[in-house]
Write a protein that binds this ligand. Structure first.
Ligand code: UT7
Length: 330
């Protein structure tokens, strides 16, 4: 078997916009209640970017913090991957803008689109560059200003999401630690269940698409909910098995933060008590591809991850797509 370089996360950073929008504030904008939102989703508040604040602005701040926590200089970065569903522009890639802002003069850069699963896809992709021995340092960022794509008159979607960014630095780690196993899934037949219909080559934006809010996020919540409950548990079980572990070996489960009911259903499937599950959906809502690295940062800062712990991270979202990894913390 060819040798491979063990790869792990050596630095984490996040950026959350300052503005907090509570459920009470939403009550003044749309026909909803704090009680409905809390009972159906677990969300109490979310962060919303300023009008002049774009995805790359959040990504750059999260990345700077991740580089500092890893003790890595910008010119040591070989590659930047930005997972986002809300890029600054159709092109150039947000990752190129981030590369310039950070001063990562020796880095390649590209964006990755996999909806809310984007960070999981980017984490697995970035890891392969390091594990194959091709690159030494990869910066992986999940960043979103999804508030800019919401229809603020659609109460079934606008209450769910929030803005933010999370970044990690990938490097070689001691053998038997770092990424143990990964799993990526896709079912494109479910694409229409969660999409921004207009603004691409299928339906370029025009006055009619704007009038019909087709440039905004559209979702069949019930179907996505059913899909999410199924894949979260399955993907976690699958990846744990691939790592040669049992579900009893999971020390911390970091799921995509979309809805507390989805998270609890996945935990039940895994036989995990909620004290082994990271939950912050109450404070940030669904930050799409930023949710897992933001939750990871919180877990590390609060001391919930210790050396030798097996950490399972799972994402799901538009595509439909899903992905999971197991990491043994070094
Ligand atoms: O990253 C992946 C992104 N997406 C997700 O993870 C979303 C997955 N889906 C969900 O989390 C849930 O389906 C929702 C939270 C979106 C909705 O919860 P639900 O329990 O599936 O509610 P529902 O869509 O079945 O709607 C129930 C009722 C409806 O009224 P009627 O038809 O029963 O009279 C809705 O019109 O709740 C109504 N409703 C609301 N009421 C107050 C929908 N949104 C709201 C609201 N406030 N914000």
């Amino acid at each position: 078997m060819p040798d491979f370089v063990p790869v792990g996360i050596v630095g984490v950073g996040t950026c959350l916009p300052e503005r907090v929008v509570t459920n009470k504030e939403l009550e003044t904008m749309i026909e909803t209640t704090d009680e409905w939102i809390v009972n159906r989703t677990g969300i109490r508040e979310r962060r919303i970017a300023r009008s002049e604040e774009a995805t790359s602005d959040l990504a750059v701040q999260a990345a700077r913090r991740a580089l500092t926590s890893a003790g890595v200089e910008p010119d040591e970065v070989d590659l930047i991957i930005v997972a986002t569903a809300t890029p600054d522009h159709v092109f150039p890639a947000t990752a190129s803008l981030v590369q310039d802002q950070l001063g990562c003069s020796k880095a390649g850069a590209f964006d990755l689109s996999a909806g809310c699963t984007g960070f999981m896809y980017a984490l697995v992709s970035g890891s392969t560059f390091v594990s194959g021995g091709n690159l030494g340092t990869v910066l992986v960022i999940g960043a979103e200003t999804i508030s800019k794509m919401l229809n603020w008159k659609d109460r079934s979607t606008c209450i769910l999401f929030g803005d933010g960014a999370g970044a990690v630095v990938l490097r070689e780690v001691p053998r038997s630690t770092g990424l143990l196993a990964s799993y990526l899934g896709s079912d494109g037949s479910g694409g229409p269940l969660l999409q921004v219909p207009a603004g691409g080559s299928r339906m370029p934006n025009c006055h009619q698409t704007l009038d019909a809010s087709l440039h905004c996020l559209h979702m069949n919540g019930r179907e996505v909910y059913r899909f999410a409950v199924r894949v979260m548990g399955d993907a976690a079980l699958d990846v744990v098995k691939r790592a040669g572990l049992n579900k009893e070996d999971i020390d911390l489960f970091i799921p995509h933060q979309a809805n507390i009911r989805i998270i609890e259903a996945a935990a039940k499937r895994l036989g995990l008590s909620m004290d082994k599950v990271l939950v912050n959906v109450d404070r940030y809502g669904n930050t799409s591809s930023a949710s897992v690295p933001i939750a990871l940062d919180e877990a590390l800062r609060s001391g919930r991850i210790k050396s030798g712990n097996n950490v399972v991270m799972v994402g799901f979202g538009a595509g439909l797509s899903w992905g999971a990894v197991v990491m043994k913390w070094q």
